[in-house]
Ligand binder design. Structure first.
Ligand SMILES: [Zn+2]
Length: 132
């Protein structure tokens, strides 16, 4: 695929915004993240989604890259290491913890009562410095 200069500028713009958000978040911990297309791409997707839902921009406008993303429409990758309880907040739990201390949800791998967490959400939580 070939991007126009304007599209390329916008992709660089949103990627830098994503990188800087994580960089600033990690600063108080004395950590300096290196440029990594994997999490920068995920966070850029999320930023594009927020720009669309709250500010009336289309994904094509703010993040033209995802138009040709082979994974478009499949951004609900889940991770086998975390599960979601029914709590409204802080619902992501590592599978080493099978019970939610807040709502009492009990994860049982055999029954599939609770779904695996979305990879992008886990990353977002961790990037935001939230405890899981
Ligand atoms: Zn819960």
């Amino acid at each position: 695929m070939t991007m126009t200069d304007a599209q390329e500028y916008q992709v660089n713009n949103i990627n830098s915004a994503a990188f800087n958000a994580v960089k600033q978040t990690l600063e108080p911990f004395g950590l300096e993240p290196e440029w990594d297309a994997e999490w920068i791409g995920e966070l850029s997707d999320d930023i594009a989604d927020i720009c669309e839902r709250f500010f009336g921009k289309t994904e094509a406008e703010v993040y033209p890259y995802i138009e040709d993303d082979p994974y478009e429409g499949t951004d609900y990758f889940t991770t086998p290491d975390y599960w979601d309880c029914d709590c409204e907040h802080d619902y992501i739990h590592p599978k080493t913890e099978t019970i939610c201390k807040v709502c009492g949800a009990n994860y049982n791998a055999a029954t599939h009562d609770y779904s695996d967490s979305m990879t992008s959400e886990v990353i977002k939580f961790l990037a935001a410095g939230r405890k899981i």
